[in-house]
Design a protein around this ligand. Structure first.
Ligand SMILES: [Zn+2]
Length: 273
């Protein structure tokens, strides 16, 4: 398993062209597992926020523009001061290229859901999400979950050695800057079209459409959408789910604010260098 993961997560010999995939928030080595993925960066092929004809009666995920600051007047349906946006132990911690985890090598307590490590507070909703999809006949797979600091160091330095720092920053998060280190983020995959895992075409799979329509109902946000790239600093990843709890996820869905940066007024965008 370790050897497999290393092969999956570390740069392989034939992946240079795949750097265009911009898998910055996720398992960077996934590109090496999907060598067909030579797509242009930043294009709108990701369908992360598309509406979906789900089989359970939940509201579709937001397809509204991010970058517009919320829905206008009206009181939030959730107390946005209930948890810290900077404490690494908070369910609402915001981690991006401008705001690393502090301490940078923070390690959360973890438990397992279907064999993958996540934080205990996210585990029940993740299990419920996967069970609900199964009940709808949609079989999501888990492809990546918690990834600790030492692993991220290994992954990032592997890319630097192969591509140089500039290109490494395009395909891999620097240690301390990956949401996966919080234990609150997972990458889901498609059982019907596994070739679309970690690829923009995931959004077009039956599993991707289900997730777009139902993630918020289980407390998850599709963190990186085609519309919020400038705010998050990451290209669209329709497979990367971040748990924030059901109240906040519903609030974000209902208000059309797709980023935690905007919700909590935390700086985003690219690395400050
Ligand atoms: Zn991810």
């Amino acid at each position: 398993m370790t050897a497999f993961l290393d092969r999956l997560l570390l740069p392989g010999p034939a992946v240079v062209l795949a750097t265009t995939l911009l898998l910055t928030g996720c398992a960077p080595g996934a590109v090496s597992a999907t060598p067909q993925g030579q797509r242009s960066p930043g294009s709108a092929e990701g369908r992360a926020a598309g509406s979906v004809a789900g089989t359970t009666p939940e509201a579709p995920a937001s397809a509204k523009k991010s970058g517009t600051k919320g829905p206008g007047p009206g009181k939030p349906s959730v107390d946005l001061t209930a948890h810290s946006a900077t404490d690494p132990a908070s369910p609402w911690v915001v981690v991006n290229k401008r705001s690393p985890l502090a301490p940078v090598d923070y390690e959360p307590e973890l438990t397992t859901v279907r064999g993958y490590l996540v934080r205990p507070d996210a585990a029940p909703d993740l299990a419920a999400l996967l069970d609900a999809a199964d009940a709808d006949g949609v079989h999501l797979t888990l492809r990546s979950a918690s990834r600790g600091y030492p692993k991220q160091v290994q992954v990032y330095e592997g890319w630097v050695a192969q591509l140089g720092a500039t290109e490494a920053d395009v395909v891999s998060a620097r240690p301390g800057h990956s949401e996966h280190q919080t234990g609150l983020a997972v990458d889901v995959g498609s059982s019907t079209r596994p070739e679309c895992d970690f690829d923009p075409c995931f959004g077009d799979t039956v599993e991707g459409r289900w997730v777009a329509g139902h993630a918020a109902g289980f407390g998850f946000v599709i963190r990186y959408t085609p519309d919020n790239r400038a705010v998050t600093g990451y290209a669209a990843e329709s497979w990367h789910l971040r748990w924030v709890g059901r109240d906040l996820a519903a609030h974000m869905r209902d208000t059309g604010v797709s980023t935690l940066e905007e919700v909590f007024d935390v700086p985003g965008g690219g690395y400050a260098r």
